[in-house]
Design a protein around this ligand. Structure first.
Ligand code: 0X9
Ligand code: ZN
Length: 464
């Protein structure tokens, strides 16, 4: 993909915002090399981070959303998901125009195809416009509201929690069930598991971390998280599945698993997650503020190169990076916890969806760190392991080159500031057939391949 195309694509997704004007200042100039045939290498920068200033949540009389049903839920009745083949600037300009005229929104895509959500009253208009430009498309979801309703089997009201918890990995569960499961782990495996609350969300929900450790002093540390983007429901389900599997089989696990201090944070954006269950299935950000322009994209709020390309200064944007690095209590809690823990951090794995990608730094631009070949090699092993457990093809590459440049991501901060060697963002299933609305019967196959991914990274850590 060429440079021009990437910039246009980032703009199209509404993530392009130019460089930050200054809360984070680089103290030394980037060291770049041009001796690699594929990527430009950029070394770790020293970033001066300001302490976050927390702003109060301002209450207003504004409605939560202007598109709600009488039950107070956002309705996607008649909305469709289309996969469009766009491969030149002219076609992209058309999508940008349709987006600006509020006929469509963007979900995801790559250099040859972009997934768009088409609003019901705009279907004919968008169809005509795409035909005029000879843009091929196919309809992935005929009726998004129906897909949302069919995604998750109803949870039985009187489901008893004789096992000590209600999680099933056959359905997506509400916030309370995830918290209940985390507490269950601490009570059931007191010798191995410690549950910590590392902070609270904007709306006061606890951010929980499950530490699993055999207590050996030489252990290296690995962080695994999910649910930083609210609508990516497959990710908290996956992280809890992995924890559950490791605890059930701990004694039989290899040394590369046992001799690790694991830190699992299944749900980094609890307010957003709750909101996707109760109000708007497709909410992405946290829940600071009210109305259509509420929320900060927590994966644009980390302090490494905060505010750069691919993060927006506009509070209404899906990629709004906040008022400063770590301005949000959710990201500030992660920063404080990771910085203060006496852990030998070696890997940071953040689960997202969708697209089936194994991404490594840098995400802030189309450059890679000097040791990118190690990240690429382990990434390729991850992709192979996923295939070997029956999973689909995952694409491996540096985030900025492979997806789009987006600054303020947790992976860049883990690598750039915390110096964790193996920092990955793993975009789970699917490939845009269902996108974020992945039916619950995909939880187990997806989580199993994610477990295979985690095993490969733990093995790489054991060799450091
Ligand atoms: O844009 C994101 O935050 C991630 N994709 S998603 O569709 N799940 O929102 C990708 C993040 C990749 N890493 C960085 N850009 N740092
Ligand atoms: Zn995400």
């Amino acid at each position: 993909m060429n440079l021009r195309w990437l910039l246009v694509f980032a703009f199209l997704l509404g993530v392009f915002a130019g460089n930050a004007s200054g809360r984070s200042a680089a103290r030394i100039a980037p060291r770049t090399y041009n001796n690699d045939s594929r990527y430009q290498i950029e070394d770790v920068l020293e970033i001066e981070e300001e302490r976050p200033k927390l702003e109060p949540v301002v209450k207003s009389n504004q409605q939560e959303s202007d598109e709600t049903t009488p039950q107070g839920r956002v309705s996607y009745d008649g909305c469709q998901l289309w996969k469009t083949a766009v491969d030149d600037d002219d076609k992209i300009r058309l999508l940008v125009r349709l987006r600006d005229e509020e006929d469509i929104t963007m979900w995801g895509g790559n250099s040859s195809s972009i997934d768009i959500l088409v609003k019901p009253n705009s279907i004919e208009k968008v169809k005509t416009a795409l035909n005029q430009k000879s843009i091929n498309y196919n309809i992935a979801i005929e009726d998004l509201q129906k897909a949302i309703e069919e995604e998750n089997p109803p949870l039985e009201e009187d489901f008893d929690n004789r096992n000590g918890h209600r999680l099933t990995w056959q359905a997506y569960h509400p916030l309370e069930d995830i918290y209940e499961y985390i507490e269950y782990l601490g009570q059931t495996y007191p010798d191995l598991v410690t549950v910590q609350t590392i902070g609270s969300s904007v709306r006061g929900n606890p951010i929980k971390v499950i530490k699993i450790s055999n207590g050996q002093t030489g252990n290296k540390a690995i962080w695994v998280d999910g649910g930083i983007h609210a609508r990516e429901w497959i990710t908290p389900a996956t992280v809890t599945f992995i924890v559950n599997h490791l605890m059930a089989n701990y004694e039989n696990e290899p040394k590369s698993i046992q001799n690790v201090d694991w830190y699992f944070a299944p749900l980094l954006n609890p307010d957003g997650y709750e909101y996707t269950h109760k109000v708007d299935r497709l909410w992405r950000k946290n829940r600071r503020g009210y109305g259509r322009c509420a929320g900060i994209d927590l994966n644009r709020n980390f302090g490494y190169r905060w505010g750069g390309q691919g993060s927006s200064k506009n509070p209404c944007a899906e990629t709004y990076g906040g008022t400063g690095p770590f301005s949000e209590p959710e990201t500030a809690a992660i920063q404080k916890f990771i910085q203060e823990a006496t852990a030998k951090w070696k890997a940071y794995i953040s689960f997202h969806s969708y697209g089936q990608y194994i991404l490594y730094p840098w995400g802030y631009n189309r450059v890679v760190p000097p040791d990118f070949q190690d990240l690429e090699d382990v990434g390729q092993k991850v992709a192979a392991a996923i295939k070997s457990v029956g999973g689909p093809q995952y694409t491996v590459g540096p985030a900025g080159n492979t997806l789009y440049p987006a600054a303020g991501g947790s992976d860049d901060w883990a690598k750039g500031t915390m110096k964790m060697k193996y920092a990955y963002t793993i975009e789970l299933r699917d490939n845009g057939r269902y996108g974020f609305v992945l039916p619950a019967n995909y939880i187990q196959p997806t989580a199993k391949e994610a477990l295979a991914a985690v095993r490969v990274i733990a093995d790489a850590v054991s060799r450091l």
